[in-house]
Design a protein around this ligand. Sequence first.
Ligand code: SAH
Ligand code: MG
Length: 212
Amino acid sequence: MADNLRERFDQYIGELFAPEDEILRSIKTEIERNGLPTISVQPYDGYLLAWLVRLAGVRKVVELGTLGGYSGTWIARALPDDGKLITLEKSSKHAAVARANFEKAGLSEKVEVREGDARDRLAELVDEGPFDMVFIDADKDSYVDYLEWAAGNLRSGGLVTAHNTYRGGNVLSPESDGDQMIVAFNQKLASDDRLDGFIIPIGDGMAVGVKK
Ligand code: SAH
Ligand code: MG
């Protein structure tokens, strides 16, 4: 987003609240070393997710889109000892890198990486719900369906969160199908009767909805 002042405030918040430790830095190094895309959430996003976990007393989380386990590490660290993160990843290469990173972070007990298309894995997860939080950060083409799944599988007071809901600014003048999908996602978040939603205007937009 060509808004330098906003970026500077994001940076300021990140440095103030979300300094990375050695493990978080090494996860990013491993992501690069293994040739994975460098599209992990920013430290301030990770902190925000962790803060929401603590704030809402979240214990059971489903994440869509693991990549190298960077956001998952922020989330899992904020969970109580008996908490659990189930994170879904289509790429077996990404899943392998993430598993190694969770191991190194000492989070293997709390985190389960499930491979495959999130749509298939979500259908199976229905029996393991309801969940306290869903974090959506996988393929943008399915964001509306993912939101629908979250609305149906969160406990009352549970949170649905989603990354990239500004889509790099494209929600203001959507062109591609992916852009249109994020616009539809944001509209659904604003209007679905089961959810009390908002977009926290940090980074690329972090959507948060509370299940009524
Ligand atoms: N949440 C991560 C970044 C995720 S990037 C972090 O911030 O650390 C998006 C990830 O979603 C990629 O690893 C990609 O392989 C995965 N993905 C894309 N489409 C998917 C699908 N249909 N099901 C599961 N994972 C998918
Ligand atoms: Mg993202």
